[in-house]
Design a binder for this molecule. Structure first.
Ligand code: F6R
Length: 261
């Protein structure tokens, strides 16, 4: 794991966008894992800007989102499919047939989860998975006690997640209480991943995920097992980390980051 601390939200978000840009230019058929949520909005805005102003080409890119609510149709304004369409897919030159999210309306949810796993495998696995972190420590909808080897499955949302995400529903009563999510094991199988966390609200959980024990109570702590995981944070989200000086030293001295300082 590498932890990179940037001065503010904009700088942390820009670094993630530049890393996506680098991977996509190196491999135009990149299999990109995507997340939703407030943290991702500025990242997608930057990728849209890069598409329009710098010619970043998504025409061959394939995407898999981490999760979707159960029972929300793709055109429901609160569905993650709709979020992705609004913030990214409708604004870049991606082929909609190459954009994948679990189908929260599937009649047979177990079959849908198996189909999603098979589709990821058919594409050769996820090259780069983008992640956010919930205040309950989840990645995707992998709520506390999610097995570290779990695969795509349906999951009950924890009270903390329900509280965190209810703010995004105009009528919080309408918020589904279950979702389909890639498993922690599915995420760990990605070839590389980047977790983006911003703001003081995330400081405590980022510290537990990065410096605490690996535990299913904090799904993001499983990323310590990932062979190529970057955690990119702003100063506020980094504020509870004990190893800040060390993480900064690595970033300042690793030749890999020369172009990104
Ligand atoms: C959603 C997802 C979640 C979010 C997390 C943070 O697809 O993967 O794990 O990344 O809940 O959400 P925000 O960014 O709204 O704080």
């Amino acid at each position: 794991m590498e932890v990179i601390i940037k001065p503010d939200r904009a700088a942390a978000t820009l670094l993630v966008a530049r890393l996506v840009d680098r991977e996509l230019r190196a491999n135009p058929s990149l299999v990109l894992g995507l997340a939703t949520g407030r943290t991702m909005e500025a990242l997608y805005a930057e990728l849209v800007r890069m598409h329009h102003e710098d010619g970043l080409d998504f025409s061959l890119c394939r995407t898999f989102n981490l999760d979707e609510y159960e029972g929300l149709a793709p055109d429901d304004p609160n569905s993650y499919r709709h979020f992705m369409h609004r913030h990214l897919f409708s604004k870049i030159n991606i082929d909609r047939r190459n954009t994948h999210l679990p189908d929260g309306m599937a009649r047979d949810l177990d079959a849908e989860c198996a189909r999603y796993e098979a589709l990821i495998a058919d594409c050769g696995g996820i090259d780069l998975q983008i992640l956010g972190i919930g205040v309950a420590g989840h990645i995707g909808f992998n709520e506390p006690l999610s097995a570290l080897r779990s695969r795509t499955r349906e999951k009950a949302l924890s009270p903390l997640t329900l509280k965190q995400n209810a703010a995004l529903f105009s009528d919080p009563v309408q918020m589904p209480t279950r979702g389909i999510t890639m498993g922690v094991g599915t995420i760990l199988d990605s070839h590389s991943c980047i977790l983006l966390a911003l703001g003081r609200d995330k400081a405590a959980i980022v510290a537990r995920a990065v410096e605490g024990p690996i535990t299913s109570m904090v799904s993001a702590s499983a990323l310590q097992l990932h062979a190529k995981c970057r955690v990119i944070v702003d100063e506020e989200a980094a504020s509870a980390l004990e190893g800040q000086a060390y993480y900064r030293w690595i970033f300042d001295n690793e030749p890999e980051w020369d172009a990104f300082r």
